[in-house]
Design a protein. Sequence first.
Length: 498
Amino acid sequence: MDYDKALELYEPVLGFEVHVELNTQTKMFSDAPNPAARGNEPHEPNTTITPVDLGLPGSLPVVNEQAIKYSISLGLALGCSIAPSSRFARKNYFYPDLAKNYQISQFDEPIAFDGQVEVELANGKTFTVEIERAHMEEDAGKLTHIGGATGRIQGAEYSLVDYNRAGVPLVEIVTKMITGAEGDAPELAKAYVSAIRDIVVSLGISEAKMERGNLRCDANISLSPRGSGKLGTRTETKNVNSLRSVERAIRYEIQRQAAILEAGGTIIQETRHWHEDTGVTSAGRPKSDADDYRYFPEPDLLPVEPSLELIEELRAALPEAPSLRKKRLQEAWGFSDLEFQDVVNSGLLVEVEETVAAGAAPAQARKWWTGEIARLANAASVDASSLVSPLHVSELVAMIENGDLTDRLARQVLEGVVAGEGSPGEVVKSRGLAVVSDDTALLAAIDEALAAQPDVLEKIREGKVQAAGAVIGAVMKAMKGTADAARVRELVLERAQQ
């Protein structure tokens, strides 16, 4: 159904569950290396596991102290109250990537509760998203489905299980029911997840790379017949792995559910999978309610009881709030409201900030991230942050400012970096893309171009300076764009004066 038509008939009701992988050095309940830790290289499958991660008989979990501190810091940054006592529970369900057949999580006694996040939309509106809870848990393993056309379980010949991720520390942030977003619902979803990413990055507790699974969003949505006050049946779109996809998935589900309801159909309470290539969701499994998981207190772990001194110590150590940070950065960079909003809307504030910190001029950092890099990311349907590092963008900008590259050449260098050919310097060397600043080589190319267009010098002497453009174009073509056009122009005009 058309999106605007769907909104005429129904009111969208949203809810989000954002999972944040913590970057502690070891896992949540064992001393196995944490694959989500900063700087850790990918490991061979099933090599960063212990008996605890697999739930083998006789193994006992031990809580990661740093993970608890990170969780408290995140709760405080979300404006939550910190529970004086919280406890772990067993969430029972069977799935091949869950070796124990239960997940250690928190249920009725989470570590943080009742918070809120202020979200700013591109149209200038602000929206307060209320946080119900933030609780600690462990991640499950990862299934890789072999065979079939989609890489999903449907149609696969068999599946492989990698338990390296099993036991990675997670904080799950659960919102309260969100109403009143109306037509801004898709953008609110993107802006909220972006705000959470900004918070965890500022805290330094997670790499927050959605494409790597460090930060994952489950998006719940239902439709209420307009003016009825009745809640509809919700679906949960699982593990959406980019900001752009979160926005698109919400929009699609609104249209899909509205079409079904208007045709007299029924919405099934289920999980759904987002397909980036086709822009649609597909059915997963029926969604269980909490009582279906048979939660009960984890018998092998004591309650978590942080002292008031620890909580206040962590509160005092909180970094600058993202909203205040944005105001500070805009002033420091000298951006207009429109320029700064362009960066915020792109979801690339962190990348631009890190590029500036690496030495690039703010205007150049904004130009490349929101321009050419964003274009390449959209073409590949990925987040721009996954294509190139801020350090490499800074290096690219420095080469432009030093006169080693033109913008045209820089775009070619960027394509090489994105293709995995190395750093900008390495791509320039391997592809031979550096600007030719040797006057001898330039003069040789100019003389060759003038020989083919002997009337150009006379036209320039007559005051028709624009005639130099034909020679400049010929030189740039002959040198495959590596000539400095400004310097070529200077040399052509000098020739005309001789």
